[in-house]
Design a protein around this ligand. Structure first.
Ligand code: PD2
Ligand code: ZN
Length: 217
C-alpha cells in the first residue's frame, strides 16, 4: 500500500494540496496548492492563441451558446486534439480529489478576465425545462460539481462569490474552489448560486472543470 501511494505521489497526480471546508450546504471547499506554478503557466500558454469571447447557454436553442453582457471573459475548451500529458495529469488529480470518474468531466475551459470583466451570479446546473438546458443534459446529466482553478493572482478583485452561502474566495495562483451544484440527494441546489466579481486591477485567469453525473459525451 505504501509503495502504491508513493508511486501515485511520484506520478504527481497526488500533489501536496490541502482542503478547507467553506460551507457544508451547499458544499464549498477551498484547495490550496492544487496546481503548481508551472501547471498554471502551461494552461495559460496553451489557451492564449485560442481565446474567443465567452458565451452562455441559450435557453431557447439546443446546442447553441450566445454572447451575454453578464459574462465578459474570453475563453477556450482544451479539447482532445490539444490535450497533452500535463492536462491529463491535472484531470487525473481532479478525479482523485472529487472521486468522480475522469470520464464524467467536461473538457477543461480556460478563461481570461481583463480589467472590469466579470461573470454575474448564475447557476452551473442546467434547466431541464428549456430546450437549451435539455440539450446539455443529454450529454451526461447534470453538472454535479464545479472546480475553479486559479491560474494567476489578480492585482485586485475577481473574487468567486456565493451570494446565498455568503462565501467569497479571493483568486490565488494555484488555488482552487470546488463546489456542488446538486444536493447529496442529487437535486439541483439554488444555494449554489455563484459568480465571478469584476476584476478591479490587472487580469484574472482561471480553468474551470464541470463534473457530470454520468459519462460526458
Ligand atoms: O471566474 C469565476 O470566479 C467564476 C465564477 C463563477 C467562474 C464560473 N462561475 C464559471 O466558469 O462557471
Ligand atoms: Zn459558474
Amino acid at each position: 500500500m505504501r509503495i502504491f501511494l508513493f508511486l501515485l505521489f511520484l506520478t504527481n497526480i497526488c500533489a501536496e494540496y490541502t482542503v478547507q471546508t467553506l460551507s457544508t450546504s451547499p458544499r464549498i471547499y477551498y484547495i490550496e496548492n492544487f496546481l503548481s506554478e508551472k501547471e498554471c503557466n502551461h494552461l495559460i500558454n496553451l489557451a492564449t492563441p485560442h481565446l474567443q469571447p465567452s458565451t452562455v447557454i441559450d435557453d431557447h436553442t439546443a446546442h447553441k451558446g450566445k454572447l451575454d453582457a453578464r459574462r465578459t471573459s474570453q475563453g477556450m475548451f482544451i479539447l482532445d486534439h490539444i490535450k497533452d500529458k500535463t492536462v491529463l495529469r491535472i484531470e487525473k488529480r481532479i478525479a482523485a480529489l472529487t472521486q468522480i470518474p475522469i470520464e464524467n468531466g467536461e473538457s477543461i475551459q480556460v478563461l481570461q478576465y481583463k480589467q472590469g470583466a466579470e461573470y454575474q451570479p448564475h447557476f452551473d446546473y442546467f434547466n431541464p425545462a428549456t430546450p437549451g438546458g435539455a440539450s446539455h443534459l443529454n450529454r451526461g446529466g447534470q453538472r454535479l460539481a464545479s472546480l475553479i482553478m486559479y491560474l494567476n493572482t489578480p492585482a485586485s478583485g475577481g473574487e468567486t462569490i456565493f451570494p446565498s452561502a455568503k462565501v467569497s474566495v479571493s483568486p490565488k495562483k494555484g488555488g482552487a474552489v470546488l463546489f456542488y451544484n446538486c444536493s447529496p440527494e442529487g437535486e439541483v441546489d439554488p444555494k449554489s448560486l455563484h459568480g465571478g466579481a469584476p476584476v478591479k486591477d490587472g487580469e484574472k485567469w482561471i480553468a474551470t472543470k464541470w463534473l457530470r453525473q454520468h459519462e460526458f459525451h
